[in-house]
Write a protein that binds this ligand. Sequence first.
Ligand code: GUN
Length: 279
Amino acid sequence: MATRIDGKALAVKVKERVREEAAKLPRQPGLAVILVGDDPASRVYVSGKEKDCAECGILSFEHKLPAETTQEELLALIEKLNADPAVDGILCQLPLPGGLDEEAVINAIVPDKDVDCFHPFNVGRMVIGEPVFLPCTPAGVMEMLREYEIPIRGRRCVVLGRSNIVGKPMSILLTQSDGTVTTCHSRTENLAEITRQADILVSAVGKVRCVTADMVKDGAVVIDVAMNRDENGKLCGDVDFAAVEPKTSYITPVPGGVGPMTRAVLMENILTAARNHQA
Ligand code: GUN
């Protein structure tokens, strides 16, 4: 019988902790959120993060810019926020509209306000095991595994996806917890053969029902990072949930699994930034 990992409930606990800790600081932490253009999904994500901030006693400053914003204008705003002492964290929602250089934006955010943990300095610190911030989604997955006392040491972990935001840091964090990790991607041959060996399977592909029951070992832990829409417009992950769930020991639902934990780790990162700024 599979246990459904309740990311929503765990996120409530994490945010409550952040709220208590934030209240002890001499100054209320602040997050600047930059949203360029009017992508509807991005708008939903940003309003979710602002709601979390309010719940945690964190100020949020929204900067909504038109899709026609130039690179220079965007970088000028980031420079201003870098220098603003009321701003502990800066989050520029991705993807940016065409024509804007995401890498340049990531590099422009001063590392001590990089609460997404996207800046090469923070990525490097994480890779060497001396993190300042943790990448939100992979760290959220690790917190779920810890909460449910799912052992990682010595176990076979397979990560589907190699993005800078999720797949790569996920593989690194699992390795640091002594997992034996294989990273798979669009060029992987004999994919099902590899995934069938996984004690812990993490999928971050972004394709509806790309993880089918034949790809999953009996008793495996299945973590679904994706946020897709199915043919009826319903929110779903990568995993064919109905068919896969009975084979698993633990599984994350979508929605209500990884998503809320990603947002909860963001709140933890803002608290870390605020502590470092007020130390
Ligand atoms: N777009 C999708 N996920 C994220 C995220 O975690 N942070 C930012 N800034 N943009 C995103």
